[in-house]
Design a protein around this ligand. Structure first.
Ligand SMILES: NC(=O)C1=CN([C@@H]2O[C@H](COP(=O)(O)OP(=O)(O)OC[C@H]3O[C@@H](n4cnc5c(N)ncnc54)[C@H](OP(=O)(O)O)[C@@H]3O)[C@@H](O)[C@H]2O)C=CC1
Ligand SMILES: Cc1cn([C@H]2C[C@H](O)[C@@H](COP(=O)(O)OP(=O)(O)O[C@H]3O[C@@H](C)C(=O)[C@@H](O)[C@H]3O)O2)c(=O)[nH]c1=O
Length: 278
């Protein structure tokens, strides 16, 4: 029976993986929260990995506060880069395949067509830069890895744009949302299924892949679509500018052709997938 470690298990993606994991009885899962396994404790991680002999590590741990990262640069780099380097080295030593997640914020968003994995990376903010360095460490230290660059992850668990808009709607708050950034919302349950499906097929097509739902939207479009499904809501207005510390890419739609050709796992369209959460 393949042994799978899920780190950062109390986060959004970690919880979604746990939710879908019951469909994969062929695996023995260990869900480790930050309290169970703090990835910044390098020696502890090394000892833990050596002791447990996992076949896969799905790393859901990350520093994801995009705004805060501008002020807490060191912390962002520690978790998103240095801890990932340690994990990659540890996976290498223990013949463990690493599944890791990166972000559309590694791109600068100046293109007007979907970003492929081969496009140049040029992060605009600290979070994106720290995630890119994490990717580079994996590529440098490990052969058996899957890196998925994902955009606009949401679900009904954890802190994300979907939950923010839903709770503001519940309070009948009037919303002003930027229409100047375009990307693709990604249902975290779809990503969780996608990853477990790839593992269950025993794929050895290691490498870096883009993944999101299909289609594209601005944050305003995403909010509008969420509100369609909410009974209570205030007004919704497009805003040109929502003041933020971190600069975000104007356009970060991801080209999924490589993932679709390689894994042949169907990817849902974003609006269809959103419906499943209501
Ligand atoms: N959310 C998004 O929109 C997107 C996310 N991604 C990437 O997808 C992955 C999953 O994101 P998501 O689930 O949304 O993120 P969350 O912020 O919901 O979860 C991150 C988890 O990491 C844990 N964590 C933080 N520091 C450590 C540490 N030192 N050791 C162990 N665990 C730690 C947190 O634990 P605690 O809460 O206890 O601190 C939390 O449970 C990340 O790699 C992220 O960069 C990519 C694109 C979009
Ligand atoms: C709450 C809110 C946000 N916004 C804007 C701000 C920002 O430009 C955009 C998105 O806001 P958020 O801060 O919720 O999203 P943000 O934290 O930027 O989301 C990102 O998270 C990281 C982890 C990723 O990897 C990215 O793929 C992406 O999902 O919407 C408004 O215009 N009005 C609002 O009321």
């Amino acid at each position: 029976m393949k042994k799978i470690l899920v780190t950062g298990a109390s986060g959004q993606l970690g919880q979604c993986l746990k939710h879908v994991s019951h469909r994969y009885q062929e695996f023995e899962f260990t869900f480790a929260t930050s309290e169970d396994l703090d990835l910044s404790q390098f020696a502890v991680v090394r000892a833990y990995m050596a002791r447990n002999e996992f076949d896969y590590c799905i790393n859901c741990a990350a520093y994801t506060k995009v705004e805060q990262a501008e002020k807490e640069q060191e912390m962002a780099y520690l978790i998103n880069a240095e801890a990932v380097k340690n994990l990659a080295q540890t996976c290498h030593e223990n013949d463990c395949t690493l599944v890791h997640f990166s972000t559309d914020y590694v791109y600068d968003g100046k293109k007007h067509s979907a970003y492929s994995e081969e496009d140049e990376t040029e992060p605009l903010n600290v979070y994106g830069a720290s995630k890119l360095l994490g990717e580079q460490y994996i590529v440098e230290h490990l052969e058996k890895y899957f890196i998925f660059r994902v955009s606009w992850l949401y679900s009904d668990v954890g802190k994300n744009f979907f939950n923010t808009i839903r709770s503001k709607a519940e309070q009948e708050e009037d919303l002003k949302i930027v229409a100047s950034q375009t990307g693709t919302p990604t249902n975290a349950y779809d990503l969780a299924e996608f990853v477990l499906e790839i593992i269950s097929r025993g794929s050895t097509d290691y490498g870096t892949y883009n993944y999101s739902n299909l289609g594209e939207a601005s944050w305003y479009d995403f909010a509008a679509e969420i509100l369609k499904h909410c009974e209570k809501k205030g007004s919704l207005e497009k805003s040109e500018d929502f003041p933020t510390l971190a600069t975000r890419p104007e356009y970060s739609v991801l080209d999924k052709q490589k993932a679709m050709d390689t894994f042949k796992v169907p990817i849902p369209e974003w609006k269809e997938s959103l419906k499943t959460l209501f």
